[in-house]
Write a protein that binds this ligand. Sequence first.
Ligand SMILES: [Zn+2]
Length: 102
Amino acid sequence: MLAPDPLASALRARQQRALAKALAWGLQGDVQPLGTMAYAVPSRTEPGRSYRVARTRRAGAEHLICDCPAGLAGVPCVHTAAVYIHRLEQRTGGTVTAVRPA
Ligand SMILES: [Zn+2]
């Protein structure tokens, strides 16, 4: 059996925290589509500013990238989390009410 990858575990924990924050703030309701492959998501720290989240593919799976400082550093951010929740709600017609703890 492989030992747990500490980097992958840390990334998963950050993704979970970003999802929980985005959900707590209702940020998924502020997601604005920019065409079919990108979204604008308002900054939580700089009023009037939005970040761009783009849909890409990585290792054959859909992947979201953001142009905020965290996103540019490759760290999961609340903007990609908000788009993830927004797209899930659009696809299912449901409402996300909770995020499973990391
Ligand atoms: Zn971001």
